[in-house]
Write a protein that binds this ligand. Structure first.
Ligand code: HXC
Length: 270
């Protein structure tokens, strides 16, 4: 992953858990075009490593923000101020591409939100499998304050996550909500008191998941992504396809045999 080749991201791989920190504290980690292209590069590298041949070196990803005050305060307003409609659409599409990459990644990704997750920051968090928040987290889609609309997936994923009514209210009012409200809405899965406890909780959950059959976890993720927003019959078709695929793995044979032999499964990732 050559952490040295990124100027706006910090990458730290520790026992199979990759912590990816968006690190532009001087702009509250705003998603400049440079950040977007580095996110693309990092998630592509993770995607490429997620095979049995590569040994599944990354079993989970934590996305967080550097500097302590913000997760990500949105798209880069300074850059957007001088964009025309076509370059703005291209900017939106490039970050939307990153969000799709995150959703297609066969390993779980947790957004660890400490501080502001606004606009594009909230949208980056929404592309992750789930969100853990610290008590200092603040979420919102403030685009209409700037004469903008969500552009990195918020109009699609916020209603999926919290339902149409609350999503409309958040987007039309540009209101900010705290961690407790995010938890109540189901935007955040958990709230932890401090940043350290937040990162520790995210790591603990990813390590728990890393004890399972990796291809099965990837297929479960693929199955949910394949069903989201689709009619029931198409969702069920995506599920049946993933179920079929699980039966092609050694780990499925091992997992079921271990149950019948009353022993712990030894998964190999094949
Ligand atoms: C560029 C940003 C920024 C952003 C903060 N900064 N947010 N720069 N883009 N999104 C910069 C500030 O200009 C300032 O730089 C420095 O970071 C610190 O920010 P302050 O405002 O001084 O901090 P504070 O007073 O604590 O206020 C924090 C804040 C506020 C409430 C988060 O910064 C804020 O409202 N930021 C914008 C949030 C927002 O509207 N995001 C949505 C963007 S639209 P200087 O140089 O002055 O120190 C979006 C669309 C997505 O995301 C889709 C696009 C296609």
């Amino acid at each position: 992953f050559d952490p040295g080749s990124y100027s706006t991201l910090k990458l730290d791989l520790d026992e199979g858990i990759l912590t990816l920190t968006v690190d532009r504290p001087e702009a509250l980690n705003a998603l400049s075009q440079q950040v977007v292209s580095e996110l693309w590069k990092a998630f592509t590298a993770i995607q490429d490593s997620c095979t049995h041949d590569a040994g599944w070196p990354v079993r989970g990803v934590i996305v967080t923000g550097g500097g302590g005050k913000a997760f990500v305060a949105g798209a880069d307003i300074r850059e957007m101020a001088s964009m025309g409609p076509d370059s703005a659409a291209e900017y939106a599409r490039s970050m939307q591409g990153v969000t799709l990459l995150i959703e297609k990644l066969p390993v779980p990704v947790i957004a660890a939100v400490d501080g502001f997750a606004l606009g594009g920051g909230c949208e980056l968090a929404l592309a992750c499998d789930f969100i853990y928040a610290s008590e200092a987290a603040q979420f919102g889609q403030p685009e209409v304050n700037l004469g903008l609309v969500p552009g990195f997936g918020g109009s699609v994923r916020l209603p999926q996550r919290v339902g149409l009514g609350p999503a409309r209210e958040l987007i039309y009012t540009a209101r900010r909500i705290d961690a407790a409200e995010a938890l109540r809405l189901g935007l955040a899965n958990r709230v932890l008191p401090s940043r350290d406890e937040l990162l520790a909780a995210a790591r603990e959950t990813l390590q728990e998941i890393a004890g399972k059959a990796p291809a099965a976890v990837g297929l479960a993720k693929q199955s949910i992504a394949g069903a989201t927003g689709r009619p029931t019959n198409q969702g069920l078709e995506a599920e049946a396809e993933a179920f079929r695929e699980a039966f092609t793995t050694d780990d499925m044979r091992e997992g079921t045999a271990a149950f019948l032999e009353k022993r712990k499964a030894a998964f190999t990732g094949k």
